[in-house]
Design a binder for this molecule. Structure first.
Ligand SMILES: [Zn+2]
Length: 466
């Protein structure tokens, strides 16, 4: 080989460093938390993030981690994110017990020692340092061993190189080798559901979607409330934090080993299960029971949480807030209207703030459906009965909400973020609000667009259909 070619190869290699991973234990309770190092890993694949946007300027997430050059303190990489611990610490259990969750920090493999800094928002939403660790990429304990094979990578949507696209990885969990074909069909169907809604529809050319189906020994995933336990490849289980329809994969090391075998910025786990359920944690993963009637909807909704840290826009009237303790949430799609005349998103000209809608009528109906739901659950009714109830609710609510005078307009509608009063959403209906056949609201689309830009960059936007 002649010199210019060697130089070009060397430059190409330095432009795409491998993915470095710090695995740590995050331990604590409702009032304190601490981190400890588990191990350092050099993942098998190049870092898939956008080299033009290493620093996260979106200000999303309850937590933020930074990677700084140890010698110069220069910020090399940062990302806002959420954790399972961050949700658990708000539960009743955290007031009485300690728990440990395994977590990972992924960043481009540095060539010199770096400082990892973890920050968490304080009461005023400002990030404060809660842990720091010096990482030497040449440390003899950096694990370079390849992970146990998770099967071939299935290409679902291929738009370009990983470092220029938002890379979504869909993992199948609880599928035996013979069920992987079912998984592939479900993964394709879920991708179609995502690409049918904005902003994903317009930005299809900015996305790559791949899938992995690590074969399970037994079919299905764990569901402790019904006595079912499975040693599934990714470890997804129902009943997280005692909530029967909340699906999480708490064995992070297992999850990371599987995921490290395909390029990914974001992950959706399809669990081989029929009972309605899912979950979504910003920057970690989204989960969904793939066999449920509602799985396409849940997939898109949970990806809203996972990709852009979107808040739930629904509310129940029993949740009360304490005046004076409230602070504007960092989530882009909910607001407490610190300026009562102007929300943080652009509104439809002429829309009154707050924007009128028949909240009382909506709440009355929602309560009725909640009661019916409780009764079905109590006598452990079949999934089909719950599906029928949800379908009935969807039909009536779609009808009522779409007939609201300010439907499909952008304003500030009271009732959001689990709060009936004092919290507002941008449109009367949204994928983060209901199971209706509606798009993401304006605020949600804006937030998702910003994250897609962060991974696919301006460069990719001009080449897409946008
Ligand atoms: Zn929304």
């Amino acid at each position: 080989m002649h010199a210019p070619l060697l130089l070009a190869l060397a430059l190409a290699a330095s432009a795409t460093p491998r993915t470095f991973r710090v695995d740590a234990f995050h331990t604590g309770n409702a009032t304190e938390e601490r981190f400890s190092l588990d191990r350092l890993v050099l993942e098998p694949l190049p870092f898939p993030g956008n080299p033009d946007r290493p620093v996260d300027d979106l200000n999303l997430g309850k937590y933020l981690f930074e990677v700084r050059d140890l010698a110069t303190n220069r910020l090399l990489y940062s990302r806002g994110y959420a954790t399972v611990f961050g949700e658990w610490e708000t539960t009743a259990e955290a007031k009485e017990a300690n728990r440990t969750f395994h977590e990972s920090f992924r960043f481009p493999a540095p060539d010199r020692p770096v400082q990892l800094v973890v920050r968490k928002r304080d009461r005023r939403q400002a990030f404060r340092e809660i842990w720091t660790l010096t990482v030497d990429p040449k440390d003899m304990y950096v694990d370079t061993s390849p992970p146990s094979p998770a099967g071939p990578v299935i290409e679902i949507l291929k738009s370009g190189p990983p470092e220029r696209k938002l890379d979504l990885l869909i993992l199948g969990d609880g599928y035996t080798a013979s069920e992987c074909r079912t998984f592939e069909a479900q993964a394709r169907k879920a991708t179609d559901a995502l690409l049918a809604v904005e902003p994903f529809r317009s930005r299809r050319g900015d996305l790559n979607v791949r899938a992995l189906c690590p074969p399970a020994r037994e079919s299905g995933v764990s569901r402790p409330s019904t006595g079912i336990h499975r040693n599934s490849p990714v470890g997804t289980a129902y009943d997280a934090f005692g909530s029967e329809r909340y699906l999480l994969a708490l064995d992070n090391r297992r999850f990371r080993e599987v995921a490290s075998q395909a390029p990914y910025d974001f992950v959706a786990i399809l669990a081989n299960a029929e009972t309605y359920g899912g979950g979504g944690i910003q920057g970690l993963y989204a989960t969904v029971a793939a066999g449920s009637l509602w799985s396409p909807y849940v997939f898109v909704h949970e990806l809203g949480h996972h990709i852009a840290g979107l808040a739930d826009e629904y509310f129940t009237s029993d949740v009360a807030y304490l005046p004076g303790e409230r602070i504007e949430p960092w989530e882009r799609n909910v607001t407490i209207l610190p300026d009562p005349t102007r929300p943080k998103w652009a509104v439809t000209p002429g829309a009154p703030i707050p924007t009128p809608w028949d909240q009382a009528d909506y709440e009355r109906r929602a309560k009725g459906f909640q009661e019916k739901r409780k009764i079905i659950r109590k006598r452990n009714g079949p999934e089909s009965e719950m599906d029928a109830l949800f379908l009935e609710q969807k039909k009536i609510e779609t009808e009522k909400l779409s007939a609201e005078p300010w439907a499909r307009k952008v304003g500030a509608f009271e009732g959001a973020n689990y709060e009936a009063k004092g919290s507002y959403r941008s449109e009367v209906d949204c994928i983060m609000f209901s199971r209706d056949d509606v798009p993401f609201c304006s605020a949600c689309r804006g937030a998702l667009d910003e994250v897609i830009d962060q991974y696919a960059g301006a460069h990719a936007r001009t080449s897409s259909s946008r």
